[in-house]
Design a protein around this ligand. Structure first.
Ligand code: NAD
Ligand code: DAU
Length: 361
């Protein structure tokens, strides 16, 4: 039975990936999920699978060498899927240091421990071992407002925020391990994800939550920054395909070919909420464009991201399967069905975060 070590599996994409993998492989795989449970990690995301005999949760920080080495020593890990990171750009602008710690140093620890566990005396690696580093399209910087400009795997790195700089650094470390040691790895650079379990500091769940509560919808700058949105399950599928069929040492860009301005996204959410809420629901009355509030722009705000997923399509046959109009309905339906989840994650520290981040805007 193949054993996966998933880091950051209690976060948004990691938990969706774990669900996807158990749905696809059932009892044929084993997953060990290592997560420090920061503000973004939530074991409620994994409630329905926590008692599976082929699933184990380990609370540990990826910067803790001893803890990570112990997991490798006690388990014959075949695959590492490395999600764990500080992931929010706005937080990185306020507090860059933890981004360097987790994203750069933490990745170095993961690489070192995997290398130590997998390396043979002649410097080659045990058969079948693979490390997948989950990264972002933000490492490529910002594109102009030109619908023919895209990020390719060959696009030079040009990160702007502390978050993207830390992710770019971690990508470079993985590249260095591949080049220096022939360490068996791949890197994936993906565009903006959305879907169930996304923490409401990110645009889509924040807008859904605020709109339902009749709160202002904060739009940074002119609202015309473009992001390329991908339904999270399509990302999970792409990660699995890269591990199954990808060529070692290659980078694959993953994107939805679904570029939209932020203001378009907000309007779609408002329309979809109106459409999905029954007339009897009192919240329906306050969900409208009057909630939209233009606020001070994000510092160093990247203008446009757009992935060309040509390589992963051509070489591995992956394509995004979820149209945005369907994905956003599924996402909103999930939030309707999980009001307690939203209540739990927005109680306590979230209020303070929201106050800090938005009160001066
Ligand atoms: P998230 O913030 O929702 O989850 C991150 C998880 O990592 C949390 O469970 C957190 O507890 C854990 N974690 C943080 N620091 C840790 C540490 N030091 N040790 C162990 N665990 C730690 O993030 P996400 O949106 O699910 O993103 C996952 C990965 O995918 C990240 O590497 C991110 O850069 C990348 N990515 C995200 C997107 C996106 O749109 N969200 C797009 C492309 C790539
Ligand atoms: O592109 C991939 C990246 O997408 C990932 O690597 C990051 O982990 C992920 O957080 C995401 O980064 P963004 O900065 O693009 O996502 P965010 O949801 O924070 O913002 C999306 C856009 O919406 C961005 O242009 C900023 C804008 N925005 C965001 C918030 C939270 C607003 O206008 N108002 C807001 O309140």
């Amino acid at each position: 039975m193949r054993t996966y070590l998933v880091t950051g599996g209690a976060g948004f994409i990691g938990s969706n990936y774990i669900h996807y993998m158990f749905k696809k492989y059932g009892d044929d795989i084993r997953i060990i999920n290592v997560d420090a449970l920061t503000y973004a990690g939530n074991l409620e995301n994994l409630k329905d699978i926590e008692n599976r005999p082929n699933y184990t949760f380990v609370k540990a920080n990826i910067c803790d060498k001893e803890a990570i080495a112990k997991i490798f020593a006690e388990n014959d890990i075949d695959r590492v899927v490395h999600f764990a990171a500080e992931s929010h750009v706005d937080r990185s602008i306020k507090n860059p240091e933890v981004f360097v710690q987790t994203n750069v140093l933490g990745t170095a620890v993961m690489l070192n421990c995997a290398k130590a566990a997998w390396e043979l005396p002649d410097g080659s690696f045990k058969e079948g071992k693979k490390f997948l580093h989950v990264s972002t399209d933000e490492v490529y910087g910002s594109l102009p407002d030109d619908e023919n400009a895209f990020f390719y795997e060959t696009t030079p790195y040009d990160p702007h925020s502390p978050y993207s700089a830390s992710k770019a650094s971690s990508d470079m470390l993985v590249k260095a391990y591949m080049d220096t040691y022939k360490f068996p790895a791949n890197i994936t650079n993906c565009s903006n994800n959305y879907g169930p379990y996304q923490f409401p500091e990110k645009l889509i769940p924040l807008i859904i939550n605020n709109a339902l509560q009749g709160k202002k919808l904060p739009v940074y700058g002119d609202g015309k920054n473009v992001r390329d949105w991908l339904y999270v399950e399509d990302h999970a599928k792409a990660i699995d395909m890269v591990q199954e069929k990808g060529k070692l040492f290659e980078t694959y860009n993953i994107g939805g070919h679904n570029e939209k301005q932020n203001i378009e996204i907000i309007n779609i959410i408002l329309e979809t909420l109106q459409e999905m809420l029954p007339d009897s629901d009192p919240r329906k009355a306050h969900i409208n464009q009057d909630l939209i509030t233009y606020v001070e722009d994000r510092k160093g705000h990247d203008r446009r991201y757009a992935i060309a997923p040509d390589k992963i399509k051509r070489d591995l046959g992956w394509e995004p399967e979820t149209y945005f109009k369907d994905g956003i309905k599924k996402t909103i339906a999930w939030f309707f069905e999980h009001e307690d989840w939203m209540k739990n994650v927005t109680s306590g520290d979230y209020q303070k975060y929201y106050e800090d981040m938005y009160s001066n805007r």
